[in-house]
Design a protein around this ligand. Structure first.
Ligand SMILES: *Cc1c(COP(=O)(O)O)cnc(C)c1O
Length: 480
């Protein structure tokens, strides 16, 4: 007979000797009663225990390493809500200073003491805010001209990140896409112009395309739009989605014109939590000047003890990330950021070079402008190989590496690529370990007697879309 009371435990009961550790974790209903903090901590901690180490996660763009002081500073601010500007006025000031610093990195011409921008939870919110501002500016202009304003559209390449699909669907703005191909690997300015008309609210080039790591040519787009706007009398502007590039280009390629130095670039967004080197979630959006942020986007909030103006989709948001960003600016300075980004890019180029030397692989592009790149299996190699990059993804996961394989966007969706993002915290030595593990996995896969399920699926010409493969890379169950 089990002594129930004893099994429930007391202060002397070891966590792993407790009754709770014999119970399944709650899935549907809140548990009837409380347990000790030690047990609750252990249960939640252990549920994530089998996951990979974040620093081996080469799939994510998001910061997986910050130094001890940054971590301490952010942990100490974990209970601060950014929106409480009246209660924590210095946080709002630090936020303004971060916006100024980011705006100046992008060569903002705005003269006022506080540049026009907003903090966001990531690039997704920042892109939305940039897109909404362009939409409202267009709408107000059309209204003034007495023209219809019910069919807005925007133009972007098929290499867009999913946020732009959300933007299109949630705000009912038509998304017009310029296809990427193996020959034309970035947004073709002329093709983009062909999709523009009087209802185009903006064109969105990307710096650091999520799928490929490449940069759209904003300078060429700006010139093409300038000619088109002059010819048509339209005012179509550019919003640059610089989720990754916004914190790479200013440090590693300051000569390149992609930012506010260009005439039609009126807003830019970036992820503070990608190459801004801050833990998730943080994004920034900056407008070239106050006049490009429609008044209707600043909401006045008066119930926090003072009247404050707010631009954003969220109300409450963590302040810790903002302090983390400001810490990084102070700690690293321009030179420090340059060093970190230079190392990430150098390690990335090294892996790119190594991959190019391996028989099965060919890089998607010879260029590595940002610290990420994609490669594919040589078509002639794929003909006889018994495996695919999805199998390599699985093999590498067994060693803890998260290196995603995925199919490319529309028009080149039959191409399977693999991608690495090299971030702060990923060294040359770790890159060597990754390359050794890739070689080991390829040897094992080449020794297979029979083709893998993903290879068979490919053989049967099952379209290689996200529906064919789930996120683990294994074939998804056949649709019924
Ligand atoms: C990551 C990314 C986004 C979305 O950014 P989050 O910070 O994850 O919200 C948008 N656009 C591009 C090009 C990206 O790489």
């Amino acid at each position: 007979m089990v002594d129930k009371d004893f099994r429930y435990g007391d202060a002397k009961t070891d966590t792993f000797g407790s009754d709770a550790m014999l119970q399944p974790s709650p899935v549907e209903k809140i548990p009837d009663g409380p347990t000790t903090p030690e047990i609750a901590y252990q249960m939640v901690k252990d549920e994530t225990f089998a996951q990979t180490q974040p620093r081996l996660n080469l799939a994510t763009f998001v910061t997986t390493y910050m130094d001890e002081y940054a971590t301490k500073l952010m942990n100490e601010a974990i209970n601060i809500n950014y929106i409480d500007e009246t209660e924590y006025p210095r946080v709002a000031v630090i936020n303004g200073k971060c916006i100024n610093i980011v705006a100046n990195l992008w060569n903002s011409p705005e003269q006022s003491k506080w540049k026009t921008g907003a903090v966001a939870i990531g690039s997704s919110e920042a892109c939305m805010l940039g897109g909404i501002a362009a939409w409202i500016r267009w709408r107000e202009r059309r209204q003034k001209e007495g023209k219809p304003f019910d069919k807005p559209n925007f133009v972007i390449s098929t290499g867009y990140q999913i946020v732009w699909e959300k933007f299109a669907q949630l705000w009912q703005i038509e998304m017009r896409t310029v296809p990427l191909t193996l020959e034309k690997t970035t947004l073709d300015p002329e093709a983009a112009i062909k999709l523009c008309d009087e209802n185009t609210i903006c064109v969105v080039p990307i710096q650091g395309v999520t799928w490929t790591g490449l940069n759209d040519d904003v300078e060429a787009l700006d010139a093409a739009l300038d000619a088109y706007n002059a010819k048509t009398g339209y005012d179509i502007p550019i919003h640059v989605d610089a989720a990754s590039g916004g914190f790479i280009l200013p440090f590693l390629n300051p000569e390149k014109k992609w930012d506010f130095r260009l005439k039609w670039v009126l807003s830019i967004s970036t992820s503070g939590h990608k190459f801004g080197l801050v833990y998730p979630g943080l994004g920034w959006v900056v407008w070239k000047d106050k006049q490009y942020l429609p008044d209707v986007m600043s909401f006045s909030v008066n119930y926090l003890g003072a009247e404050i103006r707010q631009v954003g989709l969220n109300f409450s948001r963590p302040a810790a990330q903002i302090l983390g960003q400001y810490y990084q600016f102070i700690r690293l300075g321009f030179e420090g950021y340059k060093n970190v980004q230079y190392n990430s890019l150098s390690v990335c180029k090294y892996i790119h070079e190594q991959i190019a030397q391996r028989a099965p692989f060919v890089n998607y592009s010879p260029d590595v402008p940002n610290p990420l790149f994609a490669w594919l299996m040589k078509p002639e190699y794929q003909k006889t190989a018994k495996w695919t990059l999805f199998d390599l993804q699985d093999k590498l996961a067994q060693k803890g590496w998260m290196v995603p394989a995925y199919t490319m966007p529309a028009n080149i969706e039959n191409i399977v690529v693999m991608r690495v993002v090299c971030k702060q915290g990923f060294s040359r030595d770790m890159a060597d370990q990754l390359i050794a593990d890739i070689d080991f996995a390829v040897n094992e896969l080449n020794a297979l007697e029979y083709p893998t399920p993903t290879r068979i699926a490919m053989e049967k010409n099952v379209p290689l879309t996200a529906k064919t493969f789930n996120h683990t890379g294994r074939p998804a169950p056949a649709a019924k």
